[in-house]
Design a protein around this ligand. Structure first.
Ligand code: SF4
Length: 350
């Protein structure tokens, strides 16, 4: 069966203040890491795939080395016709030349980590780019021929107000991307934000911001196809859908996960160890019960809902009575209220 390929690039220009991803601003190991990654890709020659996602970190900090990785993917894997090939890009690390090279090498989807079109918010997040640079990066990508672009937006961040959110979404409408991922900020332990006094929107404003984002995106032609993901018709992210429907995928690089033959493998998140040959730090066999549960819980994140065969009957009936879920024949899905209070729903099954 055709798989998804994920490749992790754990390097960034600077660490954002909220970031707990596997990434470093240290440049010392970059070249060695890429060499090891290229060898790993070659070792899996012949893998049949229909989606590729190079994420991070900031893949675009690698410049021409990123093009080497893209070429290695094209040369070593059998990519099915109509494949989706996404690269994550930080607006502060792209220029017209790199974008054109990426497009020519076979990348057909770009995911731009914009987060906000408000400079004060970007600075408070520790991002390296300004709003103007983000808009410029988007326009350069269009000129380079990208006709499938995602913009990441972060909600409920420090200094964010209803007015600043409205400005961000107005700008987004002007740029007119095909896909938007809108995530609320989560303060993770171990990040600088965790120990800082942050000027965050209060709970009511947070809800207002979320509703504004959802309604605005619907009004300008986006369909919410997953809790935090919105797309114009025909532009859902096929790679990410694989995670939500439990299809198989193979991860390359530090901290990357794979799901093959009902086993989940997670690579070490220590970049130096990865370079030294350490791979799967965790291996977990997903038995039939767990598979059912995962399929149900991940599938429930999607607007179209998930088929079920009578499992969790009691819990589902309870959530239906509370107006959080609805059921049609053998499919259960979140209601508007369910999307709003998604955490309550998901907690019920954990
Ligand atoms: S650009 Fe992304 S991966 Fe890099 S530090 Fe910022 S949030 Fe983390």
């Amino acid at each position: 069966m055709s798989k998804g390929i994920y490749i992790h690039i754990p390097f960034c220009v600077r660490k954002c203040l909220y970031c707990d991803f596997c990434s470093t601003a240290d440049t010392v190991l970059r070249d060695e890491y890429v060499d090891v990654l290229l060898n790993d890709i070659k070792a899996c020659k012949g893998t049949v795939a229909n989606t590729v996602f190079i994420g991070g970190g900031t893949p675009t900090v690698l410049g021409d080395k990123l093009i080497d990785i893209i070429n290695a993917v094209k040369e070593n894997f059998c990519l099915e016709e109509g494949y989706e090939f996404t690269v994550e890009a930080n607006p502060g690390t792209v220029d017209a030349e790199l974008l054109t090279k990426m497009k020519e090498a076979g990348v057909n989807r770009l995911s731009l980590g914009v987060q906000s079109f408000n400079d004060k918010e970007l600075k408070a997040l520790g991002r390296i780019h300004t709003a103007k640079e983000a808009a410029h990066a988007f326009r350069m990508a269009r000129k380079a021929g990208f006709d499938n672009i995602n913009i990441d937006i972060m909600l409920s961040t420090p200094l964010q107000t209803m007015d600043s959110v409205k400005h961000t979404f107005d700008m987004l409408k002007e740029l007119n991307p095909e896909h938007v991922s809108a995530y609320s900020l989560i303060i993770e332990e171990g990040t600088p934000f965790y120990d800082m006094e942050l000027d965050l929107p209060d709970e009511d404003t947070e809800r207002e911001i979320y509703h504004y984002a959802v309604d605005f995106l619907k009004d300008i032609g986006f369909e919410r196809y997953e809790v935090s993901n919105f797309a114009k018709k025909g532009f859902c992210c096929r790679h990410n859908i694989k995670y939500w429907v439990c299809d198989e995928y193979i991860g390359f690089g530090a901290a990357a996960a794979s799901y093959v033959n009902n086993c989940r493998y997670t690579n070490t998140n220590d970049i130096a160890s990865y370079i030294c040959g350490v791979r799967a730090a965790e291996k977990e066999f997903i038995d039939e019960d767990e598979q059912l549960k995962e399929k149900f819980l991940l599938g429930l994140r999607m607007s179209k809902g998930v088929k079920y065969n009578g499992e969790f009957e009691e819990k589902i009936e309870k959530l239906i009575a509370e107006g959080l879920l609805c059921k049609l024949n053998d499919t259960v899905r979140l209601t508007e209220k369910g999307f709003d209070l998604g955490n309550l729903v998901f907690m019920e099954f954990v």
